[in-house]
Design a protein around this ligand. Structure first.
Ligand code: HEM
Length: 517
């Protein structure tokens, strides 16, 4: 047979084969296995599939987009689709979720605790700590760390939040009024707070290193976004060969910072344990000993002595807690203080409530008094609705997974939970873009879908630090509000949001503080 004919038959067979398997795989989206439905209905009847920007499905929809365009493109797509939808990206389907029923479904599925593919881009920085690990490792670590967020321990941390908050306002001592950049000052406050509470280390003599840590993490975030937008560098080997040369310096800075903190705490803890031995108080429980401040890191160091974790494991958890613990609360506080400035009437309601319950010298500022500030609670919740620190979460299926809505996701499918869009979904929120803390009063929330509001996620992998975060954020708001009236300096209509690991905004968010007489 002549060669031309052979090639023709070969090509014909290949095209026929591709045509046949295209029913099960989206061939041009790099053989992404298609989502099916249980009863054979077209998947569009459950979840629409938007057309991609190129012939490769949705693989290159984000390609070449900067972080602000990426954020905006997703909002446009969500509006176009109007409900949860499916994309096909570089060999995998992505189920994009913006409705409460599906949040409930996914977050409570015991088989869906494995984080999505993009969390792998965080492994060089956080390795596999509590946020990024899965299965047995995650279970063990979660069990180990849960007691460190116990109510009694948070009560001790409140003292630190108060002290750090007073230090924060001390910066403005002697000034009747001052304009401040929240974007610059708040992250320093939250990093100090997490280091002192969770790590048991005051950053006072490490302030410059703390600033470098934050800057380095922000560079690592840029690499994360670069990878997200370009599926050609999703693969670790390819990325390590061609895309990661810049990262090493920043990773070293971040890891050196956490290592120094661990080393310092090891020495301090050893001293404490020796003192206890010498004062015959060795049987005191380190967690409840009032005289000795407890740090979460101590749990890990003591667990290491029992052979339950090694040094690398401690580093993973310290990096994770430090990052999760400072950046998220920082965003909550920046937008919380900004919302105070933009909503004078609501600021006044918070102030009145605080005046009623909290003494001027903050003597009674403890977890008990904090729980009485109901309107402030609504205010913080509404801030996190409009500006969720974690605007997006992701999971992946480890095996074929049938969902209650009739969709069958293949193994390895990505599930993206768009918290930002859920929180502004008009199905659950009237005037979703309006700032209305009253939405969270019990009488106004009783008929709302429980899963319409998910700032801290839910289910097994919910935020371990949510109570900690609320205490910290409320404490600073109280201390600032007691002493200052907060006036606006920015117009949120001009805000340019950006895709990031957490919620990012291009603008420098500022407020004016005017001392209350
Ligand atoms: C306003 C503040 C905070 C918000 C909005 C927030 C939100 C979240 C969300 C949405 C998740 C789930 C992430 C996912 O599934 O991918 C999460 C997980 C986590 N958060 Fe937070 N967080 C906050 C503060 C904190 C703080 C202060 C800490 C530690 C001190 C912390 C530690 C963690 C950890 C370790 C996880 C992983 C938990 C696990 O998978 O078992 N977070 N957080």
């Amino acid at each position: 047979m002549d060669l031309g004919l052979l090639i023709l038959i070969g090509l014909g067979t290949l095209i026929f084969w591709l045509y046949r398997i295209n029913k099960d795989y989206y061939v041009l989206a790099f053989f992404a296995k298609r989502v099916r439905t249980k009863d054979g209905r077209p998947i569009e009847s459950i979840a629409p599939v938007p057309e991609g920007r190129t012939i490769f499905g949705n693989s290159f929809d984000l390609y070449g987009r900067n972080d602000a365009e990426m954020f905006n493109d997703m909002r446009v797509r969500v509006k176009q689709m109007g409900r949860s939808f499916i994309e096909y990206v570089m060999g995998t389907p992505v189920y994009n979720i913006i409705d409460a029923d599906n949040f409930d479904l996914i977050l409570n599925d015991q088989n869906l605790i494995t984080k999505g593919l993009v969390y792998g881009f965080l492994h060089p920085a956080l390795r596999t700590g509590l946020l990024t690990s899965t299965d047995k490792k995650w279970h063990t670590r979660r069990k180990m760390l849960t007691p460190t967020f116990h109510f009694n321990i948070l009560g001790q941390f409140e003292e630190t939040f108060k002290a750090e908050s007073l230090k924060f306002v001390k910066q403005f001592e002697g000034k009747a009024e001052t304009c401040i950049s929240l974007s610059e000052l708040i992250p320093r406050f939250t990093l100090n707070s997490i280091c002192e509470t969770a790590m048991g280390i005051k950053l006072d003599d490490m302030a410059a290193k703390g600033d470098r840590y934050r800057e380095s993490f922000s560079m690592i975030e840029k690499s994360f976004i670069r990878r997200m937008s370009n599926p050609l560098i999703w693969n670790n080997t390819i990325y390590n060969l061609f895309g990661s040369s810049e990262d090493a310096r920043f990773l070293k800075e971040v890891h050196d910072f956490s290592s120094e903190i661990i080393a310092k705490r090891r020495i301090l803890l050893e001293q404490v344990l020796n003192e206890k031995l010498s004062t015959q108080a060795a049987d005191d429980d380190i967690y409840i000993n009032k005289k000795q401040r407890f740090a979460m890191l101590d749990t890990l160091i003591l667990a290491e002595k029992d052979g339950l974790i090694d040094h690398e494991g401690i580093c993973e958890e310290v990096d994770t807690l430090m990052f999760e613990g400072f950046d998220t609360t920082s965003i909550g506080l920046i937008f919380g203080l900004m919302n105070m400035s933009l909503n004078q009437d609501k600021q006044e309601l918070c102030y009145q409530e605080i005046s009623e319950h909290i003494a001027d010298d903050f003597n009674n500022l403890d977890t008990n008094q904090l729980s009485k500030l109901k309107y402030l609670e609504c205010f913080v919740k509404e801030t996190m609705r409009l500006f969720p620190s974690v605007p997006i979460m992701a999971r992946q299926t480890v095996r074929e997974t049938e969902l209650a809505n009739g969709l069958i996701l293949p193994a390895g499918a990505q599930i993206t939970l768009h918290v930002f869009d859920l929180h502004r979904n008009p199905k659950y929120w009237s005037d979703p873009d309006e700032f209305q803390p009253e939405r969270f009063l019990p009488e106004n929330s009783k008929d709302r879908h429980t899963y319409a509001y998910m700032p801290f996620s839910a289910g097994q992998r919910n935020c371990i630090g949510q109570k900690y975060a609320m205490l910290e954020m409320k404490t600073l708001l109280i201390v600032v509000l007691k002493q200052f009236k907060i006036l606006p300096l920015v117009d949120p209509k001009e805000f340019v949001f950006q895709t990031g690991i957490t919620l990012r905004c291009k603008n420098n968010i500022k407020v004016k503080l005017v001392r209350r007489s």
